[in-house]
Write a protein that binds this ligand. Structure first.
Ligand SMILES: [Zn+2]
Ligand SMILES: [Zn+2]
Length: 231
């Protein structure tokens, strides 16, 4: 057991609140049963008092008339996943190569190139053979790559919508980071971070170059960010 490093990580299963264009997202367990019929309304004076439209506020008696806008469900579920380092000969390098190509397209504000790389990444993930991976790691690998596939697919389908591609890229970068933690790589790579993106919450990316080239902002702020880790 001494070669086995156990790191506990939190796998955020993210709901893509901003994309309503993909049916695969509706099968996630978001509370999507909130249809027009059970839209909540609040009191104009007491926003915490909610109920059906027209009901009287329990505090002041005014009728509930303000539609309650729910905060976007960014974090859908938080699942503890155990990351165990693999000793198998499985290589994530083909995945990493496609990811880096995608990242480089985003640094150049090249939405079409990012879409092409996203499609290649999707195919690589889909065709990668996990036979060599140890039985106790296969499930984690499948969970991470299933998530990564969705992000790669969206990036591939959204040429011309670079902001949307970048949202998926942030989540994809987390998956790639997890794969590196499990399988390692012979490549010299860096984990970079942009404090501007998403209010500092998710602006990580993996890079093969030491210089900062920011895929979240491209030419707008190409050198914003820093290295947080290197392998
Ligand atoms: Zn999307
Ligand atoms: Zn009231």
């Amino acid at each position: 057991m001494k070669n086995v490093f156990k790191l506990s990580i939190i796998l955020l299963v993210l709901a893509f609140a901003s994309c309503k264009d993909n049916k695969t997202e509706t099968k996630s367990e978001v509370n999507s049963e909130k249809t027009a019929d059970n839209q909540l309304y609040s009191c104009p004076m007491h926003p915490k008092v909610t109920g059906a439209k027209g009901e009287a506020c329990s505090v002041c008696g005014m009728s509930l008339s303000e539609p309650v806008v729910e905060a976007k469900p960014v974090v859908e579920a938080v699942k503890e996943v155990e990351i165990i380092k693999s000793n198998s000969s499985f290589s994530i390098d083909p995945i990493l190569d496609n990811y880096l190509k995608l990242k480089n397209a985003l640094t150049k504000d090249d939405s079409k190139g990012a879409a092409e790389a996203g499609k290649e990444l999707y195919a690589t993930l889909k065709n990668s053979n996990s036979d060599k991976i140890e039985a106790n790691i296969k499930k984690t690998y499948a969970d991470i790559t299933d998530d990564a596939k969705e992000h790669a697919e969206h990036i591939g389908d959204n040429a011309g919508k670079i902001d949307h591609q970048r949202e998926h890229f942030a989540m994809l970068s987390k998956d790639v980071n997890d794969l590196i933690k499990i399988f390692g790589t012979d490549k010299k790579i860096y984990k970079d971070y942009c404090p501007m993106y998403d209010q500092g919450k998710s602006g990580y990316w993996i890079s093969e170059v030491k210089d900062i080239k920011n895929p979240y902002y491209g030419s707008e702020m190409l050198t914003c960010g820093g290295i947080t880790k290197e392998w």
